[in-house]
Design a protein around this ligand. Structure first.
Ligand code: GLC
Length: 428
């Protein structure tokens, strides 16, 4: 309702302005602020695209600078929402936030003319809360394993299928390289600091060992099981051996920094790391391969956590009409194609996966399509507004295991009681 009123007011003002100031086109232009990330090339790519849009439409767009951890970003927006702040008009929304912040975002469905039907239905469903489309899909993420093609060839190693195999290869190559004078070489890097990124990595480990999804779709707390405990113990055993101890302070960009510097055989990361590895300032340009994350144990499964970002318009924006226009432009097929080609952002529009221009630049979009299609969601739908607390309990339990403060069995047991307390009753 509030939006309709604002929109009416905007249309009226715009009409009056046009009548009175026919010659000054910019008189009705809006000054918009967008938050569009700070990991990898998020900032540069967004700056370029929004400047182009601004030049075309006569509006102004500035970028709101955000922390690079999804967890810190959410805390910042929660604070702004509490203050009903109009500081940011277009907001980049993590796939797991929608249930928790929907009250502060406008319903986009009256403005999209059904364009969301060209995006993956599962993401559109995720972004539809109480019948309202509160965010448009922008890009998808799924965890993948990056490896050094050149090093595997040099030591006649194969691409690992299981985590155990990965750890063995990592150890052999790391030892040989260090012996040859490459003292800073590591086996495997990932996201190990206590934040949302660790939840993503750890869900992949647990699920790859068939230890479930922390909380299942029906709300059951499933984490206290032997396979989950085993997965955490296996990963903890790598720290200090094939994984540097300071992984406990690594987010996406820190892990990528080590890998791009040529200092790790394997890395777990999202697809943006592909184009970053191929840049001219990367020491590993043309030396990188991408494959599915390994299976846990002989009977495990390949698992990738589903990630990704949406664009939404704040309910407190003073320029909702222009903000919607900018959001629609950035999420459009044309722009998603450019973002895929220029920075390997994975599109949310299935048609782009068979687009020859896209496949040429990011070949694994085609070969790993199955990984993206089967990616496992974090339990944000089942736990709704409590997801962030659930995730924090999970990443803390994982962190305790990785830093040697608890073993896997004790961690998942304690986590189960933490989750029961967070749930508080039968329903989430
Ligand atoms: C990526 C994913 C996002 C996830 C975050 C964790 O940005 O797209 O969904 O929450 O990483 O660090």
């Amino acid at each position: 309702m509030q939006f309709h009123r604002l929109l009416k007011r905007y249309v009226f003002c715009a009409a009056v302005t046009m009548l009175l100031v026919v010659t000054t086109e910019s008189a009705s232009a809006a000054d918009l602020v967008i938050s569009c990330g700070s990991v990898g090339q998020d900032y540069e790519v967004c700056k370029k695209l929004t400047s182009e849009w601004a030049a075309k439409t006569g509006n102004k767009v500035s970028l709101f600078s955000v922390p690079n951890s999804s967890t810190d970003m959410l805390a910042l927006f929660r604070q702004q929402f509490a203050e009903k702040s109009s500081k940011v008009d277009v907001i980049m929304v993590d796939v797991v936030w929608t249930g928790g912040i929907s009250d502060h975002l406008i319903d986009l469905s009256p403005y999209t003319k059904g364009i969301e039907k060209t995006h993956f239905p599962v993401i559109v469903a995720n972004n539809t809360v109480n019948g309202k489309l509160i965010a448009m899909p922008w890009f998808v993420d799924a965890g993948v394993l990056y490896y050094r093609k050149d090093l595997l060839e040099k030591y006649k190693e194969r691409i690992p299928v299981s985590w155990e195999e990965m750890a063995e290869i990592a150890e052999r190559v790391q030892t040989a390289e260090r012996k040859a004078g490459n003292k800073t070489m590591n086996g495997f890097v990932f996201q190990g600091k206590p934040y949302e990124g660790l939840t993503c990595d750890a869900l992949e480990w647990v699920s790859s060992f068939k230890g479930g999804n922390i909380v299942e779709a029906d709300g059951t707390i499933s984490i206290n099981n032997r396979q989950a405990a085993k997965a955490l113990d296996v990963v903890a055993s790598w720290v200090g051996k094939i994984t540097p101890k300071d992984v406990s302070s690594f987010g996406e960009d820190e892990a990528l920094g080590v890998f791009r510097n040529g200092d790790s055989v394997f890395m777990r990361n999202w697809s943006y790391a592909w184009s970053m590895s191929q840049k001219t300032d990367s020491k590993i340009k043309d030396k990188v391969g991408v494959t599915a994350l390994p299976i846990g144990g002989a009977r495990g499964q390949h698992t990738a956590t589903l990630g990704g970002w949406q664009l939404a318009v704040s309910k407190y924006s003073k320029h909702p009409a222009e903000a919607v226009e900018l959001m629609l432009y950035l999420t459009s097929q044309e722009v998603q194609k450019r973002r895929a080609i220029e920075a390997s952002y994975v599109p949310t529009i299935p048609d782009l996966y068979s687009d020859a221009d896209v496949i040429r630049v990011v070949p694994f979009f085609d070969s790993l399509y199955g990984v993206f299609a089967k990616a496992v969601a974090r339990p944000s739908t089942a736990t709704g507004a409590k997801y962030n607390e659930v995730s924090a309990a999970f990443w803390n339990a994982t962190y305790a295991t990785l830093t040697g403060k608890a073993n896997g069995t004790d961690s998942v047991k304690k986590l189960e009681s933490d989750l029961i307390r967070i749930r508080h009753g039968d329903k989430w």
